[in-house]
Design a binder for this molecule. Structure first.
Ligand code: SF4
Length: 94
């Protein structure tokens, strides 16, 4: 294969790997989730339940399910906390 055709693929591969490395560094800098709290001010938008239905349930306002498996759902919990429009999901790490 000609070098001119190979360069864009190498550049794309490098960019993809740097994203993966950045993601890995970000995850390894975080601790394990010990507890989650929902602070006052929930506007019941339902985003957390959509993103992480095994942990959050939204009726009048968001609640954490009693049988929620926190360790198994860390990624979606963090995603729900990031997506919450009023930032009331508090993650407490070990
Ligand atoms: S995403 Fe935030 S505001 Fe929306 S229901 Fe969940 S806790 Fe409430």
């Amino acid at each position: 294969m000609c070098c001119k055709k190979l360069w864009p693929k190498l550049f794309l591969l490098k960019a993809m790997n740097s994203d993966r490395i950045r993601e890995f560094k970000k995850k390894s800098a975080m601790g394990k989730i010990k507890k989650i709290e929902i602070l006052s001010g929930c506007i019941s938008c339902g985003a957390c339940e959509v993103v992480c239905p095994s942990v959050f349930v939204v009726k009048q306002e968001a609640k954490i399910k009693e049988d929620a498996q926190i360790q198994e759902n860390e990624d979606c919990i963090r995603e729900a906390a990031d997506m919450c429009p009023v930032q009331v999901i508090r993650i407490i790490e070990e």
